[in-house]
Write a protein that binds this ligand. Structure first.
Ligand code: NAD
Ligand code: MG
Length: 388
């Protein structure tokens, strides 16, 4: 029997995926890389497969199958393509933990398959919990599956909760860097460019989450993610802007005591913790020095300017498919902004209109989430077509 931990990385060519591979590379006796997958980046997937020799690779874009297959013909690596293959590879007996590092709604279906197959989930793909948190957490409970957060804020909360199993949470504070437009007025945001929005002050990440960070949608999505991960009510979750990104988030307990988790911003740490919990393996990541940060500052987010944050709280209260509709609208809006079809402020405007105009189905089934996602995307695309 294999004593190493078998890992599947969904989205291995992305920002989280490539950092996860660095983590795995540091502990060859601990991890056994089983699966690598990518959306369209066949070249990097091939390079990774030749370097790390996983058991299987999946390229989601089926038109790239032959390219990957040809490049790996001499290797003992199974090559698959398409969405269905993504769902099947996570079910392999050799896989212990599935790191969901793909971006957006595409993560939902493979995550459901992984949970159904009893795999531990290291969850980076926050959109899965935003879209269908109710369904996912219920399924995980039924199957006895643990979902360990990779998102740095949620990892911070999780780390603060170790040893506190019997102590209820009074409240959590999710910290936010504030992004590149912290302190901007509505007027100033009217003319910001794509290049400015893509320049995050503290983190280097994929394009979608970078734009979400600039619009505070990312923090809104994280509020919803936290609700499902930690079983919280809306009024137990607060957001505080902390531009230095050193305090990664805080938990307040019922005696008023607060615990924070701190460190230099480096996603490899939360990735590693999710893959090795309850162990902490030694690393040579740079250490925090207080003298480099004589001041850690905190401020309230400007909700009147960054409307996505309030919108996230609203859909959380609405329950049902409302958050799914918001997520779908946002994915379409961010894509349009990345292709310079709409302005920065139009992202939040579009999200708001789509949520308002979408039907909210309570206690949704999987099919109803899919339907809500399809409808909201369609509505968002129509709105964009009208403005162009
Ligand atoms: P990224 O864009 O850098 O990488 C995304 C990966 O998913 C790539 O491997 C890509 O090929 C694959 N992919 C994209 N679309 C796909 C599709 N339709 N089907 C299958 N595969 C697809 O994104 P990222 O920044 O690594 O973020 C990944 C997830 O982790 C997101 O949900 C994000 O919110 C979350 N997250 C990222 C960070 C970070 O520092 N980057 C931090 C916290 C949370
Ligand atoms: Mg985060």
């Amino acid at each position: 029997m294999n004593s190493k931990k078998g890992i599947a990385i969904l989205g291995s060519t992305g920002s989280i995926g490539t950092q996860a591979l660095e983590v795995l590379e540091s502990y060859p006796d601990y991890f056994d890389l089983q699966v690598l997958t990518a959306g369209k980046n066949a070249d990097l997937l091939i390079e990774q497969a030749l370097k790390y020799h996983p058991n299987s690779v999946v390229i989601s874009d089926e038109s790239l199958y032959q390219k990957v297959k040809d490049a790996l013909w001499a290797e003992d690596i199974h090559v698959y393509a398409g969405e269905q293959a993504l769902c099947q590879v996570v079910e392999s007996n050799e896989v212990h933990t599935v790191l969901t590092a793909l971006v957006g709604y595409a993560g939902l279906k493979p995550t459901i398959h992984a949970i159904e197959a009893g795999k531990t989930i290291a969850l980076a793909n926050k959109e899965t919990l935003v879209v269908a948190g109710e369904l996912i957490t219920k399924l995980a409970k039924e199957k006895g599956v643990n979902i360990y957060p990779v998102d740095s804020e949620h990892s911070a909360i999780f780390q603060c909760l170790v040893g506190e199993f019997h102590n209820p949470i009074e409240k959590i504070y999710l910290t936010a860097s504030g992004g590149p437009f912290r302190g901007f007025t509505h007027e100033q945001l009217k003319s910001v460019s794509l290049a400015q929005a893509l320049k995050h002050p503290n983190w280097s990440m994929g394009a979608k989450i970078t734009i979400d960070s600039a619009s505070l949608m990312n923090k809104g999505l994280e509020v919803i993610e936290a609700k499902w991960l930690f079983g919280l009510r809306t009024d137990q979750i607060d957001v505080i802007v902390h531009p230095q990104s050193i305090v990664h988030s805080l938990v307040q307990f019922e005696d008023g005591s607060m615990k924070a988790q701190m460190g230099l911003p480096d996603m490899k740490l939360p990735i590693q913790f999710a893959l090795t919990f309850p162990q902490r393996l030694p690393t040579n990541f740079p250490r925090f020095n207080f003298m480099d940060y004589p001041q850690l500052t905190f401020e309230a987010p400007d909700r009147s300017v960054f409307k996505n944050l309030d919108l996230a709280f609203q859909v959380m209260d609405m329950q049902g498919t409302a958050a799914c509709s918001l997520n779908a609208a946002n994915e379409v809006a961010v894509d349009a902004f990345l292709n310079e079809k709409i302005s920065f402020l139009e992202i939040a405007e579009l999200n708001q209109v789509v949520v308002q105009e979408s039907m909210n189905v309570l206690n949704p089934s999987y099919e109803q989430y899919v339907e809500a996602d399809t409808q909201a995307r369609e509505k968002a695309r129509q709105l964009i077509a009208k403005t162009n």
